[in-house]
Design a protein around this ligand. Sequence first.
Ligand SMILES: *Cc1c(COP(=O)(O)O)cnc(C)c1O
Length: 302
Amino acid sequence: MNYSDGSNHYYIKRDDLLPFSFGGNKVRIAEQYFHDMKNKNCDCIIAYGNSRSNLCRVIANMSKSLKIPCFVISPSDDSGGHIETNNSRIVKALGAKMVYCNKKNISQTVKKVMDDCIQKGLNPYYIYGNIFGKGNEKVAVEAYATAYDEINEFESESGVTFDYIFHASGTGTTQAGLICGSLLYGDNKKIVGISVARNASDNKEIIKHNISEYMNGKVYREKDIYFEDKYVLGGYGNYNNEIINVINEMLSHDGISLDPTYTGKAFWGMTEYLKENSIGGKKILFIHTGGLPLFFDNINLI
Ligand SMILES: *Cc1c(COP(=O)(O)O)cnc(C)c1O
């Protein structure tokens, strides 16, 4: 790529180009859910996510192509309303059944949707496990634990060894997977998740738990988890002018799309992190986790 800070060497893993439903990390994660769903003999799928969710889009798309009924439970935003985005429009266009809820009654809503499915003779699969959203972490972690093979393959074919991996980190599922991949290979790359919303103290705990689930109880120290919440800018979806500039630059120089909620925020956070920590002369891999519809949501800002 052409992006440069004059010192570090940048590479991008283009998971935004994965060939299904506009790509992104959620393609890998959704594949794991559908695989698991099949193993569990379920015949309808329930997703949960807000209107910007790339995961809900990919799940709605996979369900449609596999002819599996799909329910998308979506929380109202803080003002109580439901904004439409390109992702939520795609979800609807694909015929997923939308169920709106309040952030306070997610588990009751999940339970109700599951009970309704069972009443209809269906065997539902809730992607996050039980009604409290627990118990299925391992399935999704697999996605990036195995994607790590591709990073290793690239390194052995090219002779390049990355010092750092950066990416947008939300729930930390992708990050937990990458850390497991790194542990399984026994390398010592620094994997830095730039938080797009959550604070580090809570989410490091979750990442630690997810690593332990996947690695059969292995204890990974929280202090070795680099989940950076310094660049959250007060919350999910918040951005500043510098992020818009980064998005503009990336499009102009490399023809690559970033968005303000995930990849643009993470790329900007990465550049700040490298500056603040005086990191130079390193080989840096940025994982582009996708989100193309969100780029188009924000085209007027660029
Ligand atoms: C979901 C998402 C992330 C965050 O992934 P997690 O596994 O939840 O941390 C990052 N980037 C994009 C574009 C996403 O859609």
